[in-house]
Design a protein around this ligand. Structure first.
Ligand SMILES: *Cc1c(COP(=O)(O)O)cnc(C)c1O
Length: 455
């Protein structure tokens, strides 16, 4: 299997190189040259199912027995025997709980495997990398936990000082591993992201330290998430699925599962007040606005990077055209699609919904009242949208975080403060280690330099 860039001018790569590269050199995202079909018979265990779904994408670059072992190791870190259990919320409406991994958000599903995948590929090549990433909350903890125990991967995570929740910060800063460092930057999340981009654009620095990224544009993250959509249809048959959406990574994985033959009818894209995608699916036009903070911060995004992969398909896989549209979008903040593209690609598949913070709190409160279950605010956005699209097929709403990860919103809605699971019960008492660094490229680079030199 070869991978091609959505902007058409970067060289094609094999699986392992695609995983290590993250972003293509032309600024595009890698996608497989063709979409394979699902295997005819699906293995029963989640780890075996994962290895079977990945096989055509990996295409022998990692031998199947090794892939199976890595999947087994990754999913043994989940606290539930089903890995991603289905729970019935109300008749015909199920939650797929994606939050039983170590850091309580769905990002663990991909990042627990990705760390192991990186380490395996690097051992074969006798190389090391330093992952540098910015986080607004969930990705940092999941990335750090995903590389614990990796021999060949060091990680530095930048987060905005004072702007992530206590639980989120402590999930990063209480990890006492030699290959992990966290940096509290005096600035916003956008400042952190700009610092990371600047380090990647500083080619001499990037090359000298073998910098790598594991944000959600990495193909492997999208690929790994396909499995739980297949799992949902393996258990329930044909379904509609609702996905709380920010960067369009999770829901894109659902689209890929559908494209590979999983019986998914509609994908409902659920947004909070940052509803650029919902407005797009209602109006055929994507128009950016300023980001507003909400109770579901992991969805506070205005430019959903992974949408580019769907756009590339809608453009008949024309990379030149996709590159042009992305440039126009960046310059003007507007992107429109033709009506024939709409009828072929969007209308049959996508539905959309939104929830304000008020809707989110109301949904958490009512679900608790009628079922006793506690929803996190991201999942609540999904449940609200899903209920507006219930049809004749079972609905599955992806539950993307554990309620204890966002205890303030849950308590505000229900009066109940959700408890952290046992493995994190003493999180608030563990010693923290972090560095406070100025919002300035030279200072952050000096920090990375000193860390790598000591490894
Ligand atoms: C990251 C995240 C999302 C958004 O997922 P995307 O793949 O960016 O669409 C939703 N909910 C939670 C809890 C998250 O951490």
């Amino acid at each position: 299997m070869r991978y091609v860039s959505t902007r058409g001018s970067a060289p094609g790569l094999g699986f392992a190189d695609t995983v290590l590269a993250g972003l293509a050199t032309d600024g595009g995202l890698y996608v497989p040259a063709s979409w394979p079909s699902l295997p005819g018979s699906l293995p029963a265990s989640y780890a075996d199912l994962a290895a079977a779904v990945f096989a055509p994408f990996v295409d022998g670059e990692i031998d199947p027995a090794t892939m199976q072992r890595l999947c087994g190791e990754a999913y043994s870190t989940f606290r539930h025997p089903d890995v991603v259990p289905l729970v019935e919320l109300e008749p015909g409406h199920h939650l797929m709980e994606l939050f039983h991994g170590p850091t309580l958000a769905f990002k663990d599903v991909a990042l627990q495997l990705l760390g192991r995948l990186f380490d395996h590929i690097l051992a074969e090549r006798d190389e090391r990398i330093t992952i540098v990433g910015a986080t607004s909350g969930d990705t940092g903890g999941a990335a750090i936990d995903g590389v614990l125990g990796c021999d060949r991967v060091d990680v530095v995570i930048l987060y905005p000082h004072g702007r992530v929740s206590d639980v989120q910060r402590r999930q990063m800063t209480t990890v006492a591993a030699d290959n992990v460092r966290t940096v509290a930057v005096d600035g916003t999340f956008d400042d952190c992201q700009d610092l990371v981009k600047a380090m990647f654009n500083h080619v001499e620095f990037r090359t000298r330290h073998n910098l790598s990224a594991i944000n959600s544009i990495n193909w492997a993250r999208v690929m790994v998430q396909v499995v739980y959509y297949v799992e949902a249809t393996r258990r329930l048959g044909a379904v509609d699925v609702t996905v709380p959406t920010g960067n369009f990574g999770n829901v894109l994985s659902g689209w890929i599962a559908r494209r590979m033959g999983a019986p998914i009818r509609h994908l409902v894209v659920a947004s909070n007040d940052n509803d650029i995608l919902t407005r797009f699916f209602e109006s055929h036009e994507m128009i950016t606005r300023a980001v507003v903070p909400t109770l579901s911060p992991s969805m506070d995004i205005q430019v959903s990077s992974n949408f580019e992969r769907l756009l590339f398909e809608m453009n008949g896989r024309d990379g030149g055209l996709t590159a042009e549209q992305m440039a126009t979008f960046r310059a003007t903040g507007r992107l429109a699609v033709e009506s024939d593209q709409w009828h072929e690609w969007v209308e049959p598949v996508f539905r959309a919904g939104r929830a304000t913070d008020h809707d989110t709190l109301e949904t958490i409160r009512r679900v608790h009242e009628s079922t006793g279950m506690l929803l996190d605010p991201h999942t609540a956005v999904g449940v609200k949208a899903a209920r507006e699209h219930l049809g004749d097929l079972p609905m599955v709403t992806m539950a993307t975080a554990h309620p204890a990860k966002f205890p303030d919103a849950v308590e505000r809605a229900t009066g109940v403060r959700p408890a952290l699971p046992a493995h994190l019960a003493d999180l608030m008492d563990r010693p923290e280690r972090t560095a406070r660094v100025a919002n300035d490229l030279a200072s952050v680079e000096a920090f990375v330099e000193a860390f790598v030199a000591g490894r």
